[in-house]
Design a protein. Structure first.
Length: 1279
C-alpha cells in the first residue's frame, strides 16, 4: 500500500445479530492512480445524485477505487455496495485488490460471487460479482433490497447482460429513491449513458501516464490469402523482434480466439527460451491458471490474451502490446437466421484500449498488425451486442429472466420493432414460446410465455436455432453430427471454387458430396479433414491438404473453433458429456442401426431449427417455399437435378432469383410432429361413418402455407363438438344410418315409419314431425355426444335408454282420421293371396302413388277391373279427374263437378266391373247423361292415382313395371313367344351396375329374323341396368338417364359437397315454397346440375372416363351457375304465387272469382312442372319469367272484368283443346322435326296469352288467331 496515499476512516454500520465487526474501515487511495485526483468530486456526486457516470481509460483505477469512494460517500450502510463485472476473472481479481488495499482477505469487508463460487461474510459491505449473478438475484428480489448502491463497471462493453442490468436499474430507480447507481465506462461514449438516465452527471478521469509509440505492421494480404502466413505467425515474429530488441518489459499479445492463443503459446514457448514465461489468458481458463498473470516472477512474461485484457483486468508490468486488431464478436446473420462468433476487426476505441495497456509505468510500444488506413476505417465504438444479436435469443433470455416485454423494456439502444417481430416469429417457429391464453395473463402483460422446450433452450447460451437443433439431436442420439453441421452453418462455406479452376475444384469436392443432403456433405468434409489432421499432424501439411482439395484452411479453423464453442457449452453441463464426442471422425459415418435411421435423426434435428425453410417440389429443381415463394435449387447443390419431393434449406438467397442453398431431401411425414402448434388444420366434409361409429372429417394440414397432409380422415368430434353432435344426431340417429340399432332407435324408427306411412297414404305432409324437430329431441338430451361409444356411455350413465325413447307426441304433429285411413289398405287380395301395397308420396319419382308387387306367375290371374278398386281412398280423386277430363258436351252437364263426384261416391260399389263402365252406368242412372266409355280420357288421371304394378320373378328380381296392367299382360303373352329376344337379353342384359363394366355399347343389335334391339343403360329401383329395348327413341332417352345415374355414383363424393353447397337459406328458401318447398327445389337444382353435366350419350368406358375427367372440376361451379340462373325464376314464381294468394284471400266469398283464380293456379303449375329447370333451356326460362308476369296481370285484370276474362279464357281453352288433340296423335316414333313443331306451337299459344291479357309485356314475334291457325295447319300437314 502506498504510504503517501490519502487515508479515510469510515465507521461500520450496526452489525447484524451475532456478527462481530471492526468499528471502522480504513480507506486508502493510492495516489498513483489518476482517479484519486477526482475523489472529492466523485464522492460529492454520489451523495447528491441517484446516478453518476464516470469515464476513464483502462488503468485509471475505476474498478478498485470507486467502491471505496461509495463507502466514503456514506453508502453501504443500509445495504451492500454491489459492483458488477462482465467477466469472472475481473470480479475475483478486483475483489482481491480492494481487500488487499483494506488489509484484508476477500470474504470480509469485500466479497465476491461468481458462478459456482462465493466468498462473503457478515461484515461484507462491498460485493463484486458478474452481471449475470446480479440478473439472477434480480429474478428472486426485483427490488434488489440487499443493495443500497450498484456499480456497473465496464458498461462500455454493452453486452446483453449489461444492457439488461442498465434497464432494470432504470426501472428500479423510480421505485427506490434511496438507491445510488454508478456507471463506469472506459470509452468516451458517456453522453449516451447520461441521456439514458435523464442527464446524469459525467465525471471524466484521465488515464495514460507515459507516451506510447505505435508501430504499424500489417500482415501481407496475399500471403494470408494463400495460407502461407497467418496473424498468429505475424504476432509471434513481432514478439521475437521485441525480445531481441529489448530484454526488459513484459509483452501482452491480443488474439481473437482461444485456439489462436494456444497455437501462439506453443510457438512462443518453442522459440523464446527458458527465461521467458508464456501465459495464456481467456475467459474459460481455470482461475488457478488466470492468477499466474498477476504473480511476480523473475522471468519476463508474455501474456497471450483475448479481449478480456482490454478493460476487464489490468496486468502489471506491461510495456509492449502486440495487437492483431481482431476479436470474436457475436454476429447475427438475418439471411440464415443464425448467430455466430466470427473473427472481426475491433473498433477504434477497443484498439485504443489495447494500446493503453502499455505505458502505465514507463513509455510503451504498441505494434498493430494492420495499417493506419485500416484503423481509420473502423467504427469508433464496438456496436452494442443487442444491435448484433439475434433478437430471438434476446427475447428468450428476457423471458427466462422475467424481464418483461421487450417492446417496453428500457434499452439504451432499443431494437427495431421489425427485428423484435422477427425474433418472436423465430421463437414461435422453434416452439420456444407460445402465445398466452387470456386466463394466463392475469397480473402479467407479456403476451408470450416460455414453453418447456423454450426453458431448456434458454439454459443453453447459444443461438436459439442451434440450441433447438441440439435438443432435438439429443433426443435422437445424434448430437455429435448435428453440432458439427450447426457449426458449419455459422461460417462461410469452407469450399473454394476459383474462377479459373472451377472444374478442378468440382472434381476434388465430388468425393465429399452426398446425393441426398448438402448437410451430410459438410459432415463428410469434417470427417475427411480430421482424419487427415490426425495423420498429417502439422499445420503446414494441413494447409497443403486444404489447398489441394480447394478448402479454405482459415475457414476450416474457424469451423473447428465454432464447434469447440458449442462443445464447450455442452460439456459444461455433465448431462451432455456422454452425448457429444471429441470432434474427431467417428469410426463409421453412421454408427446407428441403419443409415436410413441415422439420416432421419440428423435431418429431423436440422429441420427443427429450419422449419420455415421447407419447400415442396413444383417441377425439376423448382420448389414452392413458405409464404408462396418460388425457389430454385442452387446449381452448386448436390441435389441439383435430383432433389426429393420435399426439401429443407439452411438459407434462401436472392440473387438473379431466389435460390435454396445447403439443402437436403426430407420426408413430409416428419413435418407435422416438428411443426406442432405451427401447423394449421382445416376440415372439410364432416360426415357420419357408420363403420367407424363416429363423425369424421377430411383434414388438411398446412405448415407455413404448404400442404403437408393433403387429405386425412380424422375424428371430427374433438375439432368441433357441437357440429359433430349435430351431424351424429341427424345422420346416425334421425336417418337411422347405423350398423346395429339400439332398442330406443328401433322404437323411434317404428313411430317415425308409422307417421310416414300415414303421409304416404294420405299424400299430405302434415303428420310427421320434420327432421329438425326429431333432431332437436336428441339435441336436448345428447349434448357433446358424437360417436357410438359416447352414446353407449351416456346410456350407461343414465341407467338405460328410456330418456331417448320418443312418444307419439314427439313424432306425430297430429293423429290422422282413422275412417279416412282405413280406405288405404296395406294389402291387395288376388284370389286367396294377399300382396302388399307400397305407398309413395313423391310427385317427381317414378314410383309415386301406390305400387303392387306381384310375382310373374300371378300375372295371368290378375283382374284389371278388380284392381281398380284395390285402394278405395283413391276413388274420389280419380273420379274427379276423370269427370274433368270428359269432353265439354258431357262435362257441362255434370256441373258442378265436386257435387257430381259426391253423388257418384254415394252410389258406387266395389265390384269386378271396370271403373269406367261403372261410372258410365251411374251417371246414366243418376244424371240421365249417356257417356260412352270411349269418351273417358286416361290421360286426365294423374299417375299417382293409377296403380303401379311391379312384376318380379321367384328371386324378387324386377321383370317389369307398368301402370297399364292390360298392356303388360298383352306384352307378356307376346314376349313369351319371342324366344330370340329373350336369348339376346339373357346374353346382354346386366343389373346392379355401379361403374362402367359393359365395354362398348353399339347403337343397335340385330336379332336374326326378328328385328333390332337397342342397348341402353337404364336407371331402375335396384340400381343401373343394361337393357335391350325395342324402341330406338326410348332407348336413347333412357340411356341418357342411365349414364347420368352412373355418373352420379361415380361422383358421389362431389355430389355430397354439391348438395351442401345448394342448401337454400334466407329469401331463396322462402321463395322455394311456391315451387313445392325448399327440399323439392334443392333436389331440382341437384337434378339440373346432374342433367347438364352427366346426361351425355357416351357408349364406351373410355368416353365415360374422359368425359368424367372433363366435368369433375365443373360440378361445384355449375351448381353455383344453376343456382344463380334459377334465382330470378324463383323470385318470379314467388311473386306470382303471392299475387294469386292475395287475390284468392280478397275474393274468398266470390265463387266465380275463386273458380277463375283456380284456373290461374292451374296455369301456374302448367308453366312450372316439377322438372322445369331440366325441361326448359335458359332461353325458355327467360320467356317463362314473362309468362309468369303475364299470369299475374291476367289474374288481377280478369277479376276487374270477369265476364270478359272468362270469355277470353274460353277462347284459350278451345285452342288448347285443339292442341291436345294434335298431341295425342303424336306417336313415339315421330320425327324430331314434328316434335319440335308441336313444341313451338305450344309456346306460340303461351305468347298469344301474353298478347291477349298483358299486351304491355310484348311478344318476341307477332301472334294472332290467324297466325295460330296457320301454325296448326302447318303441323297437320307434317307426316
Amino acid at each position: 500500500m502506498d504510504s503517501q496515499a490519502p487515508k479515510k476512516t469510515i465507521a461500520r454500520p450496526k452489525a447484524p445479530p451475532g456478527a462481530v465487526l471492526p468499528s471502522h474501515v480504513d480507506l486508502h487511495y493510492p495516489r498513483v492512480l489518476p482517479i484519486v485526483q477526482r475523489r472529492r468530486d466523485i464522492v460529492t456526486a454520489i451523495r447528491e445524485n441517484p446516478v453518476v457516470i464516470i469515464t476513464g481509460e483502462t488503468g485509471s483505477g475505476k474498478s478498485t477505487q470507486i467502491p471505496k469512494m461509495c463507502l466514503e460517500a456514506g453508502r453501504g450502510r443500509r445495504g451492500l455496495v454491489g459492483c458488477t463485472q462482465p467477466r469472472r476473472v475481473a470480479a475475483v481479481t478486483v475483489a482481491q485488490r480492494i481487500a488487499e488495499e483494506l488489509g484484508e482477505e476477500p470474504g470480509g469487508t469485500v466479497a465476491y460471487k461468481i458462478r459456482f463460487e462465493e466468498r462473503s461474510g457478515p461484515a461484507t459491505r462491498i460485493k463484486m460479482m458478474t452481471d449475470g449473478i446480479l440478473l439472477m438475484e434480480a429474478q428472486a428480489d426485483p427490488r434488489l433490497s440487499r443493495y443500497d448502491t450498484i456499480i456497473v463497471d465496464e458498461a462500455h462493453e454493452r453486452s446483453l447482460n449489461i444492457d439488461f442490468v442498465l434497464g432494470i436499474l432504470k426501472n428500479l430507480l423510480l421505485r427506490r429513491r434511496d438507491l445510488r447507481v454508478i456507471i463506469t465506462s472506459a470509452t468516451i461514449d458517456a453522453e449516451k449513458f447520461s441521456r439514458f438516465y435523464g442527464g446524469a452527471p459525467i465525471i471524466e478521469v484521465s488515464g495514460r501516464l507515459f507516451p506510447v509509440e505505435v508501430r504499424w505492421r500489417p500482415v501481407d494480404k496475399a500471403l494470408e490469402e494463400e495460407g502461407d502466413l497467418t496473424y498468429i505467425d505475424a504476432a509471434v515474429r513481432n514478439v521475437e523482434e521485441l525480445l531481441f530488441e529489448d530484454p526488459q518489459g513484459d509483452i501482452l499479445v491480443f488474439m481473437p480466439r482461444e485456439q489462436d492463443i494456444r497455437e501462439a503459446c506453443d510457438l512462443l514457448e518453442s522459440r523464446a527460451g527458458g527465461d521467458v514465461l508464456v501465459l495464456p489468458l481467456f475467459a474459460r481458463l481455470s482461475w488457478g491458471e488466470q492468477k499466474r498473470i498477476f504473480q511476480s516472477t523473475s522471468q519476463r512474461k508474455i501474456v497471450v490474451a483475448t479481449n478480456i485484457a482490454e478493460t476487464s483486468i489490468t496486468i502489471p508490468g506491461i510495456r509492449y502490446v502486440v495487437d492483431t486488431g481482431l476479436a470474436r464478436l457475436l454476429q447475427y446473420n438475418p439471411r440464415t437466421r443464425t448467430t455466430s462468433l466470427p473473427v472481426k476487426k475491433v473498433s477504434r476505441s477497443s484498439a485504443d484500449q489495447r494500446k493503453g495497456r502499455c505505458g502505465r509505468v514507463e513509455g510503451g510500444v504498441c505494434i498493430r498488425l494492420y495499417d493506419e488506413g485500416s484503423y481509420e476505417e473502423r467504427p469508433l465504438f464496438t456496436p452494442p451486442e443487442i444491435s448484433r444479436a439475434n433478437l430471438a435469443e434476446v427475447i428468450l433470455r428476457m423471458l427466462s429472466l422475467n424481464l418483461g416485454k421487450i417492446h417496453s423494456f428500457p434499452f439504451v439502444d432499443p431494437p427495431q420493432p421489425r427485428s423484435i417481430k422477427d425474433g418472436i416469429d423465430v421463437l414461435q417457429e422453434l416452439g420456444a414460446i407460445a402465445a398466452k391464453k387470456k386466463d394466463e395473463r392475469e397480473g402479467d402483460d407479456r403476451p408470450y410465455a416460455l414453453t418447456d422446450l423454450g426453458r431448456r433452450m434458454a439454459r443453453l447460451p447459444m443461438d436459439p436455432r442451434i440450441s433447438r437443433m441440439i435438443l432435438e439431436a439429443a433426443s435422437l442420439d445424434c448430437v455429435e453430427e448435428v453440432a458439427v453441421i450447426a457449426s458449419a452453418l455459422s461460417i462461410p462455406d469452407p469450399r473454394e471454387r476459383p474462377l479459373e479452376k472451377e472444374d478442378e475444384a468440382d472434381r476434388m469436392h465430388t468425393p465429399f458430396r452426398d446425393p441426398s443432403s448438402d448437410f451430410l456433405t459438410l459432415w463428410n468434409i469434417w470427417n475427411t479433414f480430421h482424419r487427415q489432421l490426425e495423420s498429417l499432424k502439422t499445420q503446414n501439411r494441413m494447409r497443403k491438404f486444404c489447398k489441394l482439395h480447394f478448402l479454405s484452411y482459415r475457414r476450416m479453423r474457424e469451423w473447428r473453433d465454432v464447434y469447440d464453442q458449442i462443445r464447450g457449452i455442452l460439456s459444461g453441463d455433465g448431462s451432455w458429456k456422454r452425448r457429444i464426442g471429441t470432434g474427431k471422425p467417428s469410426p463409421s459415418q453412421f454408427p446407428s442401426p441403419s443409415p436410413e435411421e441415422r439420416f432421419a435423426a440428423i435431418h429431423k434435428s436440422i429441420l427443427s431449427g429450419y422449419l420455415s425453410n421447407i419447400a415442396v417440389k413444383k417441377e425439376k429443381n423448382l420448389y414452392t417455399a413458405t409464404r408462396g415463394r418460388e425457389v430454385m435449387l442452387f446449381p452448386g447443390s448436390g441435389l441439383f437435378g435430383r432433389g426429393g419431393a420435399w426439401i429443407v434449406a439452411a438459407e434462401m438467397v436472392e440473387t438473379s432469383r431466389l435460390f435454396a442453398r445447403t439443402v437436403a431431401s426430407i420426408e413430409n411425414a416428419w413435418l407435422e410432429e416438428l411443426g406442432g402448434d405451427l401447423c394449421r388444420s382445416s376440415y372439410a366434409d364432416p360426415r357420419w361413418v357408420k363403420d367407424r361409429g363416429e363423425v369424421v372429417a377430411t383434414q388438411q394440414v398446412q405448415l407455413f402455407g404448404l400442404v403437408i397432409v393433403p387429405a386425412r380422415t380424422v375424428s371430427y368430434g374433438p375439432v368441433d363438438p357441437d357440429e359433430a353432435t349435430r351431424i351424429f344426431i341427424r345422420e346416425a340417429l334421425v336417418e337411422g344410418n347405423v350398423r346395429h340399432p339400439l332398442p330406443f332407435l328401433t322404437h323411434n324408427r317404428e313411430l317415425v315409419e308409422e307417421a310416414s306411412a300415414v303421409e304416404q297414404k294420405l299424400r299430405r305432409r302434415e303428420y310427421l314431425a320434420d327432421e329438425n324437430d326429431l333432431a332437436q329431441f336428441y339435441e336436448e338430451r345428447l349434448s357433446g355426444v358424437y360417436s357410438w361409444p359416447l352414446l353407449k356411455k351416456k346410456i350407461r350413465e343414465r341407467g338405460g335408454d328410456a330418456f331417448l325413447r320418443m312418444s307419439e307426441a314427439d313424432v306425430f304433429l297430429r293423429r290422422p282420421d282413422l275412417d279416412e285411413l282405413v280406405a288405404f289398405p296395406d294389402h291387395a287380395r288376388i284370389g286367396r293371396l294377399r300382396f302388399p301395397l307400397d305407398y309413395r308420396f313423391d310427385p317427381a319419382g317414378r314410383d309415386d302413388g301406390v305400387t303392387l308387387k306381384i310375382p310373374v306367375q300371378a300375372l295371368p290371374a290378375l283382374s284389371p277391373g278388380r284392381m281398380e278398386w284395390a285402394v278405395p281412398g283413391l276413388l274420389r280423386e280419380r273420379i274427379s279427374a276423370l269427370l274433368k277430363g270428359l269432353p265439354k258436351e258431357y262435362r257441362r252437364r255434370l256441373q258442378p263437378v265436386p257435387q257430381a263426384v259426391l253423388i257418384i261416391m254415394e252410389n258406387i260399389e266395389e265390384s269386378d266391373t271396370p271403373l269406367l263402365t261403372a261410372l258410365s252406368r251411374i251417371i246414366h242412372e243418376r244424371f240421365g247423361v249417356h257417356v260412352p266409355v270411349s269418351a273417358w280420357s286416361a290421360d286426365a288421371v294423374s299417375d299417382h292415382l293409377k296403380l303401379r304394378y311391379l312384376v318380379v320373378d321367384e328371386k324378387g328380381k324386377t321383370l317389369a313395371e307398368t301402370r297399364d296392367i292390360r298392356a303388360l299382360q298383352a306384352h307378356a303373352a307376346a314376349d313369351a313367344e319371342s324366344t330370340a329376344f329373350d336369348r339376346m337379353r339373357r346374353e346382354w342384359e346386366r343389373t346392379g351396375l355401379t361403374t362402367w363394366e359393359v365395354g362398348t355399347l353399339p347403337e343397335e343389335l340385330a336379332v336374326e329374323n326378328v328385328g333390332l334391339l337397342f342397348p341402353a343403360l337404364v336407371p331402375e329401383n335396384e340400381g343401373i341396368s343394361l337393357r335391350l329395348l325395342q324402341n330406338r327413341a326410348e332407348a336413347r332417352e333412357l340411356h341418357l338417364q342411365g349414364v347420368e345415374a352412373l355418373y352420379a355414383l361415380h361422383f358421389a363424393e362431389e355430389l355430397r359437397h354439391l348438395k351442401k353447397a345448394l342448401v337454400l337459406a334466407g329469401d331463396m328458401k322462402t321463395r322455394a315454397e311456391a315451387l313445392g318447398g325448399f327440399r323439392e327445389v334443392e333436389k331440382l337444382l341437384m337434378d339440373k346440375v346432374r342433367h347438364d353435366l352427366f346426361a351425355v350419350p357416351v357408349r364406351s368406358q373410355e368416353d365415360f372416363l374422359h368425359h368424367g375427367n372433363t366435368v369433375r372440376s365443373r360440378i361445384l361451379p355449375r351448381g353455383q351457375e344453376v343456382r344463380e340462373a334459377a334465382g330470378p325464376i324463383f323470385l318470379a314464381a314467388h311473386e306470382t304465387r303471392k299475387a294469386l294468394r292475395t287475390l284468392e284471400q280478397a275474393h274468398r266469398s266470390n265463387s266465380p272469382a275463386k273458380s277463375y283464380l283456380q284456373s290461374m293456379e292451374e296455369e301456374f303449375h302448367r308453366l312450372l312442372p316439377p322438372d322445369f329447370l331440366i325441361r326448359y333451356d335458359n332461353e325458355r326460362i327467360r320467356h317463362i319469367l314473362r309468362y309468369l308476369k303475364a299470369l299475374a296481370v291476367r289474374a288481377e285484370r280478369g277479376l276487374q272484368h270477369l265476364e270478359k276474362a272468362l270469355a277470353r279464357s274460353r277462347e284459350i281453352e278451345a285452342i288448347l283443346a285443339r292442341f291436345k288433340d294434335l298431341r295425342n296423335t303424336l306417336s313415339v316414333d315421330a320425327s324430331p322435326e314434328k316434335k319440335d313443331a308441336l313444341d313451338d306451337l305450344y309456346w306460340m299459344i303461351e305468347e298469344y296469352k301474353v298478347s291477349l291479357f298483358a299486351q304491355e309485356l310484348k311478344t318476341p314475334y307477332p301472334v294472332s288467331p290467324k297466325r295460330l291457325d296457320e301454325k296448326f295447319r302447318e303441323f297437320e300437314r307434317m307426316a
